[in-house]
Design a protein around this ligand. Structure first.
Ligand SMILES: [Fe+2]
Length: 228
């Protein structure tokens, strides 16, 4: 009897480990051996900017081209679209069919952002994937990239569920670290990032000493029966 009582007074021990569920995959990479392509893209964007007023979307300040860059972007834009579709296919699965059974559609546009420009929090409805290629970060090499602003933020798609009970509350991830509602990704010239089109994101104010140039893409896939 004595030994039972002492066992009951011990704290229960549980062997437990967290399991991460419902991942949000992000493709993050760098174009390889692409200096020529990058130069061609920059040239064609600067040229287009002189003849097109552009659009107003999530951008505050700066020039946002029409989303028909594949019409005027030349072979470099075509090659970029092909590379992006390849990544999108790798990250996609369709029940009972193959990624090759779909028609892949890319809408592409350029952003030229002067100091003070930014992109408000937004998503890209009506698409499967969204991607951005960084052509020019808009600051001199000797300038600390941290001083150039323009950081790219992704918002946790579960926001604000965890914060509804207590705004100070954070769930620890399987790495033991508290999960933040927004994640910042550090990007450099030549980086390509691709994420689900529904994932909200924003670009903070660019404070570099030159214009920043990026190319954005919307990527979708539809049945081959659909007439485009
Ligand atoms: Fe965007």
């Amino acid at each position: 009897m004595q030994s039972n009582t002492s066992a009951e007074n011990h704290a229960l021990r549980v062997e437990a480990q967290p399991i991460g569920l419902f991942e949000t995959p992000i493709a993050y990479g760098r174009l390889k051996d692409a200096d020529t392509v990058m130069r061609e893209l920059e040239e064609v964007i600067r040229k287009r900017k002189t003849v097109s007023k552009g659009l107003s979307r999530s951008n505050l300040g700066g020039w946002h081209s029409e989303s028909d860059m594949l019409e005027w972007g030349g072979p470099a834009a075509q090659r970029l679209a092909e590379a992006a579709v390849k990544i999108a296919k790798r990250m996609s699965h369709f029940k009972e069919s193959s990624t090759e059974d779909r028609q892949w559609i890319v809408r592409m546009w350029a952003n030229v952002t002067p100091a003070g420009g930014l992109n408000l929090l937004h998503s890209h409805p009506g698409n499967l994937w969204a991607a951005v290629l960084y052509i020019d970060m808009g600051h001199e090499k000797e300038q600390d990239p941290g001083d150039a602003g323009g950081n790219f933020y992704l918002e946790d798609p579960r926001f604000s569920m965890a914060a509804m009970r207590d705004t100070a509350f954070r769930i620890r991830g399987i790495d033991g670290q508290p999960q933040q509602y927004q994640t910042e990704i550090q990007l450099q010239r030549g980086n390509l990032i691709m994420f689900p089109a529904w994932l909200r994101h924003e670009v903070r104010t660019h404070t570099g000493n030159r214009e920043r140039i990026t190319i954005a893409m919307n990527i979708d896939a539809v049945s081959k029966d659909v007439n485009l």
